[in-house]
Design a protein. Structure first.
Length: 425
């Protein structure tokens, strides 16, 4: 028996699905297929001057360009021994938080939620959920405003550069945004209540979760530690010795940890850092579990709860954005100049993109040109885990009609919010 889905729509990029099963439901072969060609961004970077890198890598993705820009900046700053100011860190964190909100809201409401109501048409969905649509669009509009104020524009920001910012935001614009954040938070709580009402599938599978970690707060910008399961590694150790990249099957580097699949993104960040959520987000998460009688351990066995985890993160990062804006407004913003001295060196950075931990590694020569680079995206890391989840799902849906089988498979895939554009960079 074969199940073939030529195209998985409502994800970033083009992908399909193929599986072969026995009559008893045993999965013999299964593959989530990326259908886009290799883009060779890393090859394009070789020989480029160091300052060209952030703007080039931002083109990897139109949904999450900020993490790529900031990962490139921070990795190259390490290579060039540049220490950035607290002002730069605050602005970068605000930009990254806004991008996570922007990406999550798009995925949650417009890509994944319709699956739970068996609605294919976006127009039909918008008509049926008018209040929810308005709330989701309101949050996205707020995040877009922050991206434009700090990053210079909504898509592919242009102000972040190595060492700081090419242009600083106007404080008056930040003050105006701050006045609107209460409404965005109100909308986020409303959407969490919407996702509380979803009838999530009963799905159980033990999973390893990966995110950056510091044991002090809910980290997302830049840290020295990666946590996976109960183990902790330095970013360099995890990147260079603990994960394995499969380069035999382009265009995607499929990554494993010591031969094991692992999960990233919102649910992984909650698993490793839940205690550090903002209080309002933590209360909503506890409320959901209590009302549905879901033990904490069981919550993290169900991949579908990645959706609710994203909804929680939207609220959390809105609260974080509020704190950051207030801090930035109090801080005297000033233009900064950096001095750069070149020598052969390298730098590695890890931060949290919407879909999970993103790694950028660069080597530069004595003239400040890129001699080697490696980018490991979240989607490349969770593809094995996605396929393992699909192997658990398939035997449970064999008795369904073909149409319903395909709908269930697409729904689980979309819960991951895979970004094929990033995966085949």
């Amino acid at each position: 028996m074969k199940i073939i889905i030529p195209h998985i729509h409502k994800i970033e990029g083009d992908a399909g699905f193929w599986a072969r099963l026995t009559r008893k439901g045993e999965v013999k072969d299964l593959e989530f297929q990326t259908l886009l060609g290799l883009r060779q961004i890393e090859g394009i970077l070789i020989g480029r001057r160091y300052f060209e890198v952030p703007i080039i890598v931002s083109r990897i993705c139109g949904i999450c360009p900020v993490p790529h820009i900031l990962a490139a900046c921070t990795a190259l700053e390490k290579a060039l021994n540049i220490k950035v100011s607290e002002q730069t860190i605050l602005l970068r964190k605000l930009l990254l938080a806004a991008n996570i909100i922007y990406s999550h809201t798009l995925h949650l409401f417009f890509l994944s939620l319709p699956d739970f109501f068996d609605i294919e048409s976006d127009l039909e969905f918008l008509k049926k959920f008018k209040k929810e649509s308005k709330a989701a669009l309101g949050i996205r509009k707020f995040s877009e405003e922050i991206l434009e104020i700090v990053g210079g524009r909504t898509v592919h920001p242009i102000t972040p550069i190595i060492g700081g910012f090419a242009k600083l935001p106007e404080k008056e614009n930040l003050r105006k945004a701050l006045e609107k954040i209460s409404k965005a938070i109100e909308n986020a709580i409303f959407l969490i209540d919407t996702f509380k009402k979803i009838n999530y599938p009963d799905f159980k599978k033990k999973t390893l979760f990966v995110s950056i970690f510091n044991g002090r707060d809910y980290p997302f910008y830049l840290e020295k530690i990666v946590k996976i399961g109960k183990e902790k590694f330095t970013v360099g150790d995890f990147y260079s010795t603990k994960i394995e990249e499969d380069l035999k099957n382009p265009p995607v580097k499929r990554v494993k940890f010591k031969g094991k699949a692992y999960m990233l993104g919102a649910i992984a960040r909650l698993k490793n850092n839940e205690e550090f959520l903002k209080e309002s987000a933590k209360e909503k998460l506890e409320e959901f579990r209590k009302e549905n009688k879901i033990p904490i351990k069981e919550f993290f066995k169900n991949t579908y709860f990645n959706l609710f985890s994203q909804a929680i993160e939207v609220l959390h990062f809105l609260e974080i954005s509020k704190d950051l804006i207030e801090e930035i407004i109090k801080t005297p913003l000033k233009e900064e100049k950096i001095e750069i001295k070149f020598k052969p060196s390298s730098g590695l950075s890890a931060l949290e993109a919407p879909r999970g931990t993103l790694f950028h590694y660069y080597e530069i020569d004595k003239d400040g040109r890129i001699s080697n680079c490696n980018i490991i995206t979240p989607t490349a890391q969770f593809l094995h885990n996605l396929e393992e989840d699909l192997k658990v799902l398939l035997p449970k849906i064999l008795k369904l009609k073909k149409k319903d089988q395909i709908r269930k498979i697409r729904s689980l895939i979309r819960v991951y919010d895979p970004c094929i554009s990033c995966a085949i960079h």
